[in-house]
Design a protein around this ligand. Structure first.
Ligand code: BES
Ligand code: ZN
Ligand code: ZN
Length: 501
C-alpha cells in the first residue's frame, strides 16, 4: 500500500476513485467543489436517493469528465463524532474499489475546520488499512490477497498556507497507517490456529518483533518460570504437553522517561477449560484466548514509530490450558509468585491465575501504572454484549484517561465497579484465595481476584472477552479477530506524550 498527500487541483485528479466523507450536519467544501466539476450530478443523485450522510449509506457516481472515466463515492459518516463510523466510510469505499479492481484512491477532505481535517485523515488512513486486512494464509485456492492501493489524500478550502496543511495531513496519514498495522498484527496472532501458535511460538514472534522494532525482549523458559516461583503459571500449564513461556518486552524512549507503564496481556494459546472442560461449542473459539497478549504485542510493535515518550513494558504469560494427566485439579492449592496461596476451584478460571503471577512480576518493575488486557470472563460479555469491553480501575483518574482514549479511538468500553462486598466470595477455606467467587457478578469477582496482586498500585483491567472476536464482517473488520484494545491502548500512550510535553 502506498500513501501520498498533495494539495491538488481537483480538475487535474488522476485517480480511479475519488472518496469524499460526508457529514450530516455541516456543509462540505470537498463535496461542493466536486459537485461543480460534475455539473451538479452529485447533488442531484443525493436528492434522488435521499442521502443525508447516514453512516451506512454511500452515493456512487460514475461518468466521463474531460473524456476520462470519473468515479466518485460519497460516504456517509453521520456527525463524524464516532471514529468507527468514519473508518466504516472509507472501509466501504475500499470494498468498492476491491470489487472493481481499482488501484488508486484519492480522498478529498474538507479543510475548513483544521481539527476535523486531521481527525478524518487519521481515521481514513486507519480505515483503509483495517478494511484491507485478510487472513487467508491457509487457503490453498482463491486467495484474496490484500489489495495494493495507492491512497492519496488531498484537501479543499483553507489550504492557502500550503506546506503546513500538507505536513499535518502527511503526519496523520502516517500515524493512522502505523496504528492500523498494529491492529492487524494483533489480528494475525489471534487468527493463527492454536496448533501453530503454541506458547513457544508466541514467544518466538515476540522476540522477532522486538528485534525488528528496537525492543528488548527476555523470554523465561519452563524451568526459569518454576525457579522464579510463578506457581500459578506452572499450575495452569501442567496439563499441557506444550511448555509455557513468560515474555517480557521493553520499549525505552529516546530520552529517559519519568513515566513507565506495564502492559500485561493474557496469553492462553488455547483454553480447553482444563479438567473442568468446556462444552464443545464454548471451546470452539478458544484460540482467541490470547487476544490480550496479541493486543500488547501489537501496541509494543509501533511505540518507536509513534515516538511514545513513556517507558513501556509488555508482559505476557503464555500458556496452554489443557487436560493432560498432570493437569491441575479442582481443590488443588498453589503458591503464587507473590507468596499468596490460591485454591483452584475451577480450572477454567485460568486466566486470572496466570495474570496474578504476571501482575506480581509487573509490580517488581515499579511502574507508574499496570494495565492488563484479557479475554477473562464470559460474564463480561453477558453484561456488556459482544462489542464492548469491561473496564475496571483502582483510581478514578486512570479510568477517565482510558475512557477518553477509547472514545477518541472508537473502541467501546464501559466501566464496571470493583465492589468490595463481593471480595469475601473469593476467600478460600483452605488457602488465602480461591479462583472463583459466586455465580453472579463473575466479571467483577475475576477483577477483584486480580486486584489482590496489584499491591494497591495504579491499575486498569480491561476484560475483552466480548469484543476480541467478531462474528460478522464489517467494512473494517473481517469475521474473526478484531485486534480490540490496540487503538485505545495506543491513544492512551500517545495522550501521555501530550501531558509530558
Ligand atoms: N477464556 C474464558 C473467558 C471467555 C469466554 C473468553 C468467552 C472469550 C469468550 C475464561 O478463561 C473462562 O473460561 N472463564 C470462565 C470463568 C468461570 C469458570 C468462573 C467463564 O467466564 O465462564
Ligand atoms: Zn477458561
Ligand atoms: Zn480463558
Amino acid at each position: 500500500m502506498k500513501f501520498s498527500s498533495y494539495l491538488l487541483d481537483l480538475e487535474q485528479l488522476q485517480t480511479e476513485l475519488i472518496v469524499i466523507p460526508y457529514r450530516n450536519d455541516v456543509p462540505n467544501l470537498a463535496f461542493e467543489a466536486m459537485d461543480k466539476i460534475v455539473l451538479g450530478a452529485l447533488s442531484e443523485r443525493m436528492k434522488l436517493e435521499n442521502f443525508r450522510g447516514q453512516k451506512d449509506r454511500t452515493i456512487i457516481w460514475e461518468g466521463l469528465h474531460n473524456n476520462l472515466p470519473y468515479r466518485v463515492i460519497i460516504v456517509g459518516i453521520d456527525s463524524g463524532q464516532d471514529p468507527a463510523a468514519v473508518r466504516w466510510g472509507i472501509g466501504r469505499a475500499v470494498r468498492f474499489a476491491t470489487a472493481h479492481s481499482l488501484k488508486s484512491i484519492t480522498c478529498v477532505l474538507d479543510a475548513q475546520d483544521f481539527e476535523r481535517l486531521e481527525r478524518e485523515t487519521l481515521l481514513f488512513a486507519e480505515g483503509t488499512v483495517l478494511s484491507n486486512y485478510q487472513f487467508d494464509k491457509y487457503k490453498t485456492k482463491a486467495k484474496k490477497t490484500p489489495n495494493t492501493f495507492h491512497l492519496t489524500f488531498t484537501a479543499v478550502g483553507n489550504t492557502d498556507d500550503g506546506f503546513p496543511t500538507l505536513k499535518k495531513i502527511k503526519q496523520q496519514a502516517a500515524a493512522g497507517r502505523i496504528r492500523a498495522e498494529a491492529v492487524n498484527l494483533a489480528r494475525d496472532l489471534v487468527n493463527e490456529p492454536a496448533n501453530v501458535l503454541s506458547p513457544a511460538e508466541l514467544a518466538n514472534r515476540a522476540s522477532a518483533l522486538s528485534e525488528k522494532h528496537g525492543l528488548e525482549c527476555t523470554v523465561l523458559s519452563e524451568k526459569e518460570i518454576k525457579i522464579a516461583g510463578m506457581g500459578l503459571v506452572t499450575a495452569v500449564s501442567s496439563g499441557s504437553e506444550l511448555p509455557p513461556r513468560f515474555i517480557h518486552m521493553v520499549y525505552k524512549p529516546k530520552t529517559k522517561s519519568e513515566i513507565s507503564v506495564a502492559l500485561v496481556g493474557k496469553g492462553i494459546t488455547f483454553d480447553s477449560g482444563g479438567l473442568c472442560i468446556k462444552p464443545g461449542k464454548s471451546m470452539a473459539e478458544m484460540k482467541t484466548d490470547m487476544a490480550g497478549a496479541a493486543a500488547v504485542m501489537g501496541i509494543m510493535s509501533v511505540l518507536k514509530q509513534l515516538d511514545i515518550s513513556a517507558e513501556v513494558h509488555g508482559i505476557i504469560p503464555a500458556v496452554e490450558n489443557a487436560v493432560g494427566a498432570k493437569a491441575a485439579r479442582p481443590g488443588d492449592v498453589y503458591r503464587s509468585q507473590s507468596g499468596k496461596t490460591v485454591e483452584v476451584v475451577n480450572t477454567d478460571a485460568e486466566g486470572r491465575l496466570i495474570l496474578a503471577d504476571a501482575i506480581t512480576y509487573a509490580c517488581r518493575l515499579n511502574p507508574n501504572i499496570i494495565i492488563d488486557i484479557a479475554t477473562l470472563t464470559g460474564s463480561c460479555e453477558i453484561a456488556l454484549g459482544s462489542e464492548c469491553a469491561g473496564l475496571f480501575a483502582a483510581r478514578d483518574e486512570d479510568a477517565v484517561a482510558f475512557e477518553n482514549a477509547a472514545k477518541s479511538s472508537g473502541e467501546a468500553i464501559w466501566r464496571l465497579p470493583l465492589l468490595a462486598n463481593l471480595e469475601s466470595s473469593i476467600k478460600s477455606d483452605v488457602a488465602d484465595l480461591k479462583n472463583v467467587g459466586d455465580r453472579f457478578g463473575g466479571a467483577i469477582t475475576a477483577a477483584l481476584f486480580l486486584k489482590q496482586f496489584t499491591e494497591n498500585r495504579a491499575w486498569i483491567h480491561l476484560d475483552i472477552a466480548g469484543p476480541a472476536r467478531q462474528d460478522k464482517s464489517t467494512p473494517t473488520c473481517q469475521k474473526g479477530a478484531s485486534g480490540f484494545g490496540v487503538l485505545a491502548g495506543l491513544t492512551y500512550l500517545q495522550n501521555l506524550n501530550r501531558q509530558q510535553s
